[in-house]
Design a binder for this molecule. Structure first.
Ligand code: XMP
Length: 512
């Protein structure tokens, strides 16, 4: 195990991820709990993360001294470097110019950290983000790399196996960073690198058992990858102490609720309740055209129905959620001031407070692509694992203007044809997310010998890494022509199709 002590950097999880990618198990613990964790885990190496504090401030976080006295290899990153200097007898000064973003590291000395990667005299791109800097080294350390803004950008005490860098090797903007971390865990700490997602799977199951005991767990299943993987893990851990609830709000894609239920019933023997609440949702939404009101109505009804169902089961002690690491960062990282609400995202985040349940979130440490690997581990079919994301409020936010049952039906059909064409063209996996939108606009057309006056359908397809930014997908015109023709011919109510070529920003992926 590698112990990663977290001092609050927004990218600490990436350190864990890189270490996992190097095939070594790691655990992140907040600095306040580091001493206990150190004794509990008996790690073979320690990494000290970056963080927003300044070691020059009174009361700023420190690493437990036992880490430095243990004889284990230690790697300090950014704040972690300053901390090592402050705690081992060097000096750190604040208030210098801030260095932020891309910088270049000049390699001054051979080091086990650079072994096989960087040679003396070469220069490499690294990513910096710091205000303070080291001004005097602790005894035993020497400089192994420098940058313009940081004369102590990389330092080492090879004898004690202490290494520290001012830049962030864990982010992709330090192109060789992953190799550096791999050197630290393999060559310096001597760890084998045979840890896999299979091992994570086992650990996660054990952690769920420890947390849940003999309590009851309910899980809101949406049919998406995240909630499905979370449900399967928990089911494996505690069997029928888990009940999954799938609320069909009538805003899902064509056949979706039935497919999800069939998939779970066929492959897994878990208790799954399908609640058909479409009349309630659509009744409440009918005629509503304000995007935020739609979202809030859906969120409120979802909670109501979930509470009713939980009540019928006699209550529950735990609520399971498929929260991923990016959700965790987004919800805690905005310390710089209030952030503007672009859209009120609907998830079950509002539930626990009102329902007095504890959360079980077995995917909190993972990124989407890791969840997919774990899903494979759990035997989820590929077709399920590779599914495009689908928003909680479903088709309601793809139907701008007033919602009616008729419009939802038209949209559902058009969307199914569009996705069918995408699959046939072999493009599904190259696209991050694709869907149809039904515009509240009618236009004139001619079909056969008659005049038509029907709705416009917009097609959307984007590429993205994490949904935070996105580009429209550059289809060839033949594909667009084929999809448009089929939709217009096969869906009564649509006589015109357009393609959305807006990227995000300035657009968003969904239309509402
Ligand atoms: P936007 O439209 O904000 O969407 O660019 C980014 C990603 O988030 C999805 N999305 C949602 N997902 N609940 C969800 O679970 C929501 O309320 C919601 N709104 C948008 C959207 O589909 C895209 O993948």
């Amino acid at each position: 195990t590698v112990l990663i002590v977290d001092f609050g950097s927004q990218v600490t999880q990436l350190i864990a991820r890189r270490v996992r990618e190097a095939g070594v198990y790691s655990e992140i613990v907040p600095f306040q709990l580091a001493e206990d964790a150190f004794h509990r885990l008996s790690p073979k190496a320690v990494i000290l993360s970056g963080g927003p504090a300044s070691t020059t401030d009174i009361g700023s976080p420190r690493a437990p001294q036992v880490i430095f006295e243990s004889g284990l290899p230690v790697l300090g990153i950014c704040y972690g470097e300053q901390l090592m200097c402050a705690q081992l007898g060097g000096a750190v000064e604040g208030g210098h110019h801030r260095e932020f973003g891309r910088a270049f590291l000049d390699i001054r000395k051979d080091s086990a950290l650079f072994d096989g990667i960087w040679e003396v005299g070469s220069r490499h791109q690294v990513w910096m983000s710091h205000g303070d800097r080291v001004t005097a080294l602790p005894e035993g350390f020497e400089v192994i790399g420098t940058s313009t803004g940081a004369p102590f950008a990389a330092i080492a005490d090879e004898k004690r196996r202490f290494y520290a860098v001012q830049f962030h090797p864990e982010v992709i903007h330090t192109p060789d960073g992953a190799k550096l971390l791999s050197n630290f865990v393999h060559k310096i700490a001597g760890l084998a690198g045979d840890w896999t997602m299979a091992a994570y799977h086992e650990q996660a199951v054990q952690a769920i058992r420890d947390q849940v005991g003999d309590g009851r767990v309910i899980c809101a299943l949406s049919g998406g990858v995240d909630s499905s993987v979370a449900a399967l893990l928990i089911h494996e851990a505690v069997g029928d102490q888990l009940t999954c609830i799938l609320v069909d709000h009538g805003l899902m894609r064509k056949n979706e609720a039935a497919e999800v239920v069939a998939m779970f019933r066929e492959h897994y023997n878990l208790s799954l309740i399908l609640v058909d609440a479409s009349d309630r949702f659509i009744g409440a939404l009918e005629g509503e055209s304000d995007p935020e009101k739609k979202r809030k109505t859906i969120g409120r009804l979802f909670i109501e129905i979930f509470e009713e169902e939980a009540g019928k089961l006699g209550g529950a002690d735990f609520l399971a959620q498929g929260t991923l690491y990016p959700d965790v960062i987004e919800s805690v990282s905005f310390t710089g001031g209030p952030s503007v609400t672009i859209k009120s995202h609907h998830n079950v985040g509002g539930l626990p407070e009102r329902m007095n349940m504890k959360l079980v979130e077995p995917l909190r440490e993972l990124f989407k692509d890791e969840v997919r690997v774990l899903g494979k581990e759990l035997g989820l079919p590929d077709s399920f694992i590779g599914r495009h994301p689908f928003p909680g409020p479903g088709l309601a936010i793809r139907c701008p203007g007033g919602i009616t049952r008729e419009k939802l039906e038209i949209l559902r059909e058009a969307d199914a044809i569009y996705l069918d064409e995408i699959r046939k063209a072999g493009l599904y996996d190259a696209i991050w997310q694709a869907f149809a939108v039904l515009l509240p606009v009618q236009t004139v057309g001619v079909m056969g010998d008659g005049r038509t006056y029907e709705f416009v359908c917009a097609l959307r397809a984007v590429t993205s890494v994490d949904g935070m930014t996105a580009d429209f997908y550059p289809y060839d015109m033949d594909f667009l022509g084929r999809a448009a023709t089929r939709i217009i011919n096969e869906v009564k109510g649509i006589n015109r199709v357009v393609y959305d070529i807006t990227s995000k920003p300035p657009g968003t992926i969904e239309w509402e």
